[in-house]
Structures are given as C-alpha cells and as structure tokens.
Design a protein around this ligand. Structure first.
Ligand SMILES: [Zn+2]
Length: 395
C-alpha cells in the first residue's frame, strides 16, 4: 500500500497523526511505515525532511520506489497505534525556498536562452542546476538572476494541480516527465509549469532573494550554483563580515579591497623574488668561504632542511678536488648529503651505502651525489666521522 503523502497538498503542515503500520529493524535503527506522512522522503534532487515521530528523532526518510511506501528511519522503536510526527520547520522552509527558487531560475534560463535544466541538486550549502551548454557568460547569468528575482518580487501564486497522463501533451510543461499515472504539476502563475513531487511555497515572494554563486563547466555542460531565501541573507552577512576584516587589514573601503589585495599580492611576489636572489647570493658567499681541510668539507647542520644543505653542498663542489659530507637534523630526522667535485674519483654513493649499512636508514644516489635519511646515531658528527674514515679511493 502506498503511503499517503500529506505534503503533496499541504507543505505547511508541520504536525500530523498517522497509524503505525509496520516497524522493522534497519541496522541499529528502525524503519517505520505509516499510513500517511508529512515527511518528505529524499527524491527528485531534494533531500529528506527531519524531525521526530513520538519524540523519537528521525534519522532518514526515503521511499521504496517499487511499493511507493515511505520508510521513516528512527533511532528507537515506535509502538504500534497512533503516532505523532513533527517536521523540522526550518529545514522544511529552507528546502521549499531552494526548490521553488530552482523552478523559477530554471525557467528564467529557458525563457531567456532556451536552455533546459537537465539536473538539479539541493545541497546542504548550495544548490546546482546543470544546463546543456558549453559556457555561460557572467552577463547571461546576471540576466537570468534578475528575471528570477523579478518573478519572486511579483509574488506570483504557485499552485499544485494533478493532470492525467494523457493531458500532459498540451499542458505546456517546461520539461517532459517520465512519470506515469496521475502527474503532480507545480504551476507558477503565468510563468512555469513543471511536473514535480517536491515541497513548494504558495507564492514566489516566500522564496526570497535568488543568488547565483558560481558557474562551472562540467562534462560539456555548465553547472550553475545558486542559493535562495535565508541562505542568501546568511551568505551576505558572512561575505560582509569577511569583507570588513579584509578591509581593516588592507586599510581600504570594503568594495575597493580587491584592488588593494591585488597590489599587496604583487608586492609580496616581488619581495619573494628579491628574497630568493638574496638567499642565492648568501649561499654563493657561504660556499666560497666554506672551510675545506685536506679536500674535505664536513659539517652538521640543525633545522636547515636537507634541500638547502644539498644546494650548499653542490655549490661547494663547484670548487675543484673537494668531497662534501653534510648532515642535517630537522624535525627529529637525521639526513645526510654526500657530494664531490667533478675532478674527484671518490664514489660518494659507495660511502653512503657503507654509512647506511652501519647506521641504518635509506637512501642512494650517483658517484658524485648521494643522499640518505632515517639514520640512527647519537650525534650527526659520529656519522660524518665514519663517512670520512670510510672514504677510500682518494681525492
Ligand atoms: Zn521540482
């Protein structure tokens, strides 16, 4: 037996009584079947309602498509007999605003550009519709947004009507439906007519403002992200607070912060470039001055980072007849870099292998440059001393 849908004819009904027909375990929860329900089950891009049945929290609500039965998933068992359902009103209102807003926005794209909506998703943060076009310009989106908001401000009446399947052809639906039998149609006076099972407002004014928040290409389609009603107010409030903070940081009026932030960014890029140049100069200087004894440059660094240590080793090896044994301890890890000048015959990868065999760790490299990490030693100096002592083959 199909569950009677009370929300079909009265989406403003937030409390109702119904007979419990069946309660069956679903995992740790229970699936309740009622003879009638005001809870909207997930379908048609719109998520389910929440609320309580006999003060037991509703966790999920979905329909069994083959039987037409609505399953109410609750956290606790519900006794048989009469039950009282209460719908979470702010969630219901939000869904009504988003879904009705979608009908208005979808029709705006049809009316202006003849772009039908191919799919709709009502998300927790934002909603999306997909349009079968490669791209949409900002101007086109703004036009559709303006038309949609005009329809909202005209406060057009939205009604629910039921049509027989055979009467659909001449009914002027925005999009053909695959449903059969009696078809529920949402009619926005003189503007849009769509087959839909969702919960909708009775007049477009209740939708509140409609705002497009993003346009994104997706698989030869264009995805339009939007929000309606109270979500727009919350978004504007958050955006305003964010702008205020940026405005204070960059000392510019809120609506001029984009230029100020861009100028700061360019300044930052230049400063970073200059910093890199200075670091390179400093490194050249350090490499030129680095003490070399009997052809060996040996040093243990702390928290310098293995990449910086390696760069210094390579610069030092630009000098002739030099072998470099460097270690770095950063973030509790002991790493080593061994390198040598092009005119040396020492194979530092062999020295590294011996060192890793002795102290553990992993690594590898070529005869002129090798690198390892994860060595276990009390002091980095012990590792370096071992490497120097095991460096056979001469310089
Ligand atoms: Zn709909």
């Amino acid at each position: 037996m199909k569950t009677e849908r009370l929300y079909y004819n009265d989406p403003y009904l937030l409390e109702f009584e119904a007979m419990v027909l069946d309660v069956r375990p679903i995992g740790d929860s229970f699936g309740v079947i009622l003879d009638r329900t005001a809870f909207y089950p997930t379908s048609g891009g719109q998520p389910n309602d929440l609320g309580t049945i006999n003060d037991v929290r509703l966790l999920d609500c979905f329909e069994d498509e083959t039987s037409g039965v609505v399953i109410h998933v609750v956290s606790d068992r519900i006794p048989s007999g009469l039950a009282r359902g209460r719908i979470d009103s702010s969630r219901r209102t939000d869904h009504m605003q988003q879904h009705s807003g979608q009908h208005v926005l979808s029709q705006a794209f049809v009316e202006l550009f003849n772009w039908p909506t191919t799919s709709f998703h009502l998300g927790a943060v934002a909603c999306t519709i997909d349009l079968p076009v490669d791209s949409i310009s900002r101007e086109q989106a703004t036009k559709a947004e303006d038309l949609a908001n005009r329809i909202v401000q005209e406060n057009r009446v939205a009604t629910v009507r039921y049509l027989a399947e055979e009467d659909l052809a001449g009914a002027g639906l925005r999009k053909p439906t695959e449903r059969t039998g009696e078809i529920r149609v949402i009619d926005i006076a003189g503007y849009d007519r769509s087959a839909c099972g969702g919960t909708h407002v009775r007049a477009t004014g209740e939708i509140g403002p409609i705002l497009i928040t993003g346009i994104e290409r997706a698989k030869k389609q264009t995805r339009v992200e939007f929000i309606c009603g109270n979500r727009v107010v919350r978004y504007a409030r958050e955006a305003n607070r964010t702008l205020e903070r940026i405005s204070q940081t960059v000392s510019a009026p809120a609506l001029e912060t984009a230029n100020a932030v861009h100028a700061l960014w360019e300044e930052h890029q230049q400063a970073r470039k200059r910093l890199q140049e200075l670091e390179a100069e400093l490194l050249d200087h350090e490499a030129a001055q680095f003490p070399i004894r009997d052809g060996f440059a040996i040093a243990a660094f702390r928290n310098r980072g293995i990449d910086a240590v390696k760069l210094l080793a390579l610069k030092i090896c630009a000098r002739p007849s030099t072998v470099v044994f460097f270690a770095d301890e950063s973030e509790g890890q002991l790493r080593v870099v061994f390198a040598r000048s092009a005119d040396c015959s020492v194979d530092v990868s062999t020295v590294l292998k011996k060192t890793l065999d002795h102290f553990g760790g992993r690594g590898g490299g070529r005869p002129n440059l090798a690198q390892g990490g994860g060595l276990t030693a009390d002091r980095a100096e012990t590792v370096l001393k071992f490497a120097a002592e095991n460096c056979s083959g001469g310089l």
